[in-house]
Design a protein around this ligand. Structure first.
Ligand code: KMH
Ligand code: ZN
Length: 275
């Protein structure tokens, strides 16, 4: 089976130190978590950043500072800034993470609007999707198409791909457990709903995280683990670091006979230029 790309979503925008004291806020903490994931075998860091008090931000300068600092410790890792940011941010605010130097190899592109708990709505109109896709195409950034349900796959194809704004093969991330259920039935449905030459990653939010990770690894998909999606290593046991979560994904992969991709092997799988 193809080598496994492990992505680590080390920080997120919603999870806090109250959920797990190891959630990183400062630049030093973000670097510590990125390095722990990289050392354990993550080829890709999905990056949100925070101000020191934990407030999520898409500030270009803060992204630049964090990316530069991560790059020193993890020289070849793929750094994938979020353009999702946090609920309520404007599109212009969110896009700042793509304006860093050098231009990121990848960034997320969220493909629809969804409920985010309580009264929170994460807004991605058709215009937003099209604009973000166009900007990423112009800047040479490969989007990871974040889809929270099957309708978002259809939207990405209709709103961006049919207009020639996406370069194939596409890369998807199935985020299960926010809107669509984090069940293996739905994971299989999602994997069967994308263009055949696509690559895909999946993540389960909350308590289904490890079931989704194991099923994804067995199915030949790639896997995302980290504090953004889940703070537990197992039921009732908080993970001490993102690295511990990557370690667990590596162990599952080993049991299932799936070798781990290095960052450059991940670039090859994702059709990114080798560095
Ligand atoms: N924090 C969510 C509102 C992404 O990184 O692109 C959006 C998110 C998706 O996390
Ligand atoms: Zn994210």
């Amino acid at each position: 089976m193809e080598k496994l790309i492990i992505s680590s979503c080390i920080c997120g925008a919603e999870v806090t130190k109250e959920n797990n004291p190891a959630v990183p806020y400062t630049v030093e903490e973000i670097v510590r978590e990125a390095k722990s994931a990289y050392d354990a075998g993550a080829a890709l860091i999905h990056l949100h950043v925070r101000w020191d008090d934990g407030t999520p931000t898409q500030d270009k300068g803060r992204f630049q500072e964090c990316i530069d600092a991560i790059r020193k410790e993890c020289p070849d890792v793929i750094i994938q800034p979020s353009t999702g940011g946090a609920v309520g941010m404007t599109d212009l605010e969110r896009l700042q993470s793509t304006e860093v130097t050098p231009t990121p190899e990848m960034a997320t592109l969220d493909c629809g609007t969804c409920n985010f708990g309580g009264d929170e709505i994460f807004v991605n109109t058709d215009t937003t999707i099209e604009n973000f896709a166009r900007i990423m195409l112009e800047r040479g950034i490969k989007p990871e198409l974040e889809v929270f349900d099957k309708g978002m796959i259809d939207l990405a194809l209709r709103v961006a791909d049919r207009k020639g704004l996406l370069v194939h093969p596409l890369h998807w991330d199935f985020v299960l457990g926010v809107q669509m259920s984090a069940s293996i039935r739905d994971l299989v449905f999602m994997a069967g709903s994308i263009p055949q030459d696509s690559t895909w990653t999946a993540t389960g939010i909350g308590k289904e995280a490890w079931n989704i990770a194991a099923a994804t690894i067995a199915m030949g998909g790639h896997v995302r683990v980290g504090f953004e999606d889940n703070v537990y290593l197992e039921k009732g046991v908080l993970a001490k670091s993102n690295g511990e979560m990557v370690d667990k994904a590596v162990s599952i992969a080993k049991l299932l006979g799936r070798p781990i991709a290095s960052p450059n092997e991940a670039r090859e799988i994702l059709s990114l230029p080798i560095r």
